[in-house]
Design a protein around this ligand. Structure first.
Ligand code: UD1
Length: 379
């Protein structure tokens, strides 16, 4: 089979890592297309280098823009690539604008479309990711679901053909990367941290970054927490821009163009008397190392909620809903929104929880995906 895989944003590079390898091992020909949605070295190149993901065959270099502009430019740029290669399958991942553009480009050219991480729903249509997921699923011929909940979500929307519960490629990536991180990552030493002594935070969802009250609520909770123990906050470019704009820190520019010796990490401490440390976006290996050793994770990321759950690290989600409802079972993950008092209450509850590994059967999602693509030739 000839398969065009479309990636563009940080989590997609991680998802494509096991799948790309499985496709090639199964004898398929893969053409890897990078839309260029994420383009900073720290958001893109580091993942290809660390994970040994094949260099993209095509980089569309789209970059940033409004949702319509970004998605539209991708659609225009993807069409000739798909026409040139005429693949047996177009493979898209997750829920980003790159996912939707890939899905629409394939559907309009009547090319068979497969979606990895199909069926997730937050039921919040104000999230751009929710629109991207729903539309992509409705265009797809093969839908690879990570969970039974995802299969049921699709069935409720009348999608039952081509649906396969394959497991989670992110879990597969985590199991393998964890071993590599244990050998290569020096991040805890670099930051002078003991395991379980710090909170780890990520915030990048538009619903939080683009809403000043929500961002201010999170910021206020973080500065309070950091008076008690270190709070590490690798800052996504979207978040860095809004923090700068809100005047929360003048030094944030330093995180963009780190001017430090090899191996050093730029760390910005914007609040006197609080151990709040802003870091640049981290590679997957360092991030995984920090995640598994954190006392509590605070995040609005989908991927990090799952990683915390798999690693048994208590999580507080800075959102009002989650697609990964399984993580809420037994309080391993708590939805706290962005009110400082709610966040503080959720953290107290999570601090009372022991960190405990969630036993998981080793995942085989990527191998199943490669096999199913080989068996279901539509064109
Ligand atoms: C995207 C996805 C989101 C995913 C996230 C992971 C959509 C709608 N959202 O959000 O589902 O969880 O990626 O990170 O696709 N920027 C840089 N440098 C970069 C990348 C982005 O400066 O390397 C800037 C862009 O210019 C833009 C902002 O960050 O202003 C946000 O980037 P964007 O591509 O719009 O989406 P994300 O917020 O990263």
């Amino acid at each position: 089979m000839k398969i065009v895989s479309i990636v563009g944003a940080r989590p997609q590079f991680i998802k494509a890592w096991p799948v790309s390898r499985a496709l090639r091992q199964a004898g398929h020909t893969e053409i890897l297309v990078h839309t260029g949605q994420h383009y900073d070295d720290a958001m893109s190149r580091v993942f290809f280098e660390e994970l040994g993901l094949p260099e993209p065959d095509v980089n569309l270099g789209i970059g940033s823009g409004s949702h319509g502009e970004q998605t539209g430019r991708m659609l225009v740029a993807l069409e000739p690539v798909l026409l040139q290669h005429r693949p047996d399958w177009v493979l898209v991942y997750g829920d980003t604008n790159s996912t939707l553009a890939g899905a629409l480009a394939a559907a309009k050219l009547h090319l068979p479309l497969a979606h990895v991480e199909a069926g997730l729903r937050s039921f919040n249509k104000r999230m751009p990711e929710e629109i991207n997921r729903v539309l992509t699923d409705h265009c797809s011929d093969l839908l690879f679901c990570p969970t039974q909940t995802a299969v049921e979500n699709l069935a409720r929307e009348g999608i039952t053909r081509g649906v396969h519960l394959v497991g989670d490629v992110m879990h597969e990536a985590l199991l393998e990367a964890r071993q590599i991180a244990a050998q290569r990552s020096r991040i805890l030493d670099q930051l002078g941290l003991e395991p379980r002594s710090y909170f780890l935070v990520t915030v990048h969802r538009a619903e939080n970054t683009d809403e000043p009250t929500r961002l201010a609520g999170i910021w206020s909770a973080l500065t309070e927490l950091a008076r008690e123990r270190p709070v590490l906050f690798p800052v996504h470019p979207r978040t860095r821009k809004v923090l700068t704009r809100l005047g929360l820190s003048e030094e944030l520019a330093h995180l963009r163009e780190p001017d430090c010796a090899d191996g050093d990490l730029p760390v910005v401490r914007p609040v006197p008397g609080a151990d709040l440390r802003l870091l640049p976006p981290l590679g997957y290996l360092d991030m995984l190392r920090l995640t598994e050793s954190a006392r509590v994770i605070l995040t609005d990321s989908g991927g990090l909620q799952k990683e915390a759950w798999w690693l048994g690290v208590p999580c507080v989600t800075l959102r009002d809903e989650t697609e990964w409802v399984e993580t809420l079972a037994h309080g391993a993950n708590v939805l706290a929104g962005t009110e400082p008092t709610h966040i503080e209450r959720a953290i107290s509850r999570q601090l009372a929880r022991p960190t405990r590994q969630n036993p998981q059967v080793p995942a085989r999602a990527s191998g199943l995906i490669a096999t199913l693509l080989g068996r279901n030739h539509l064109s």
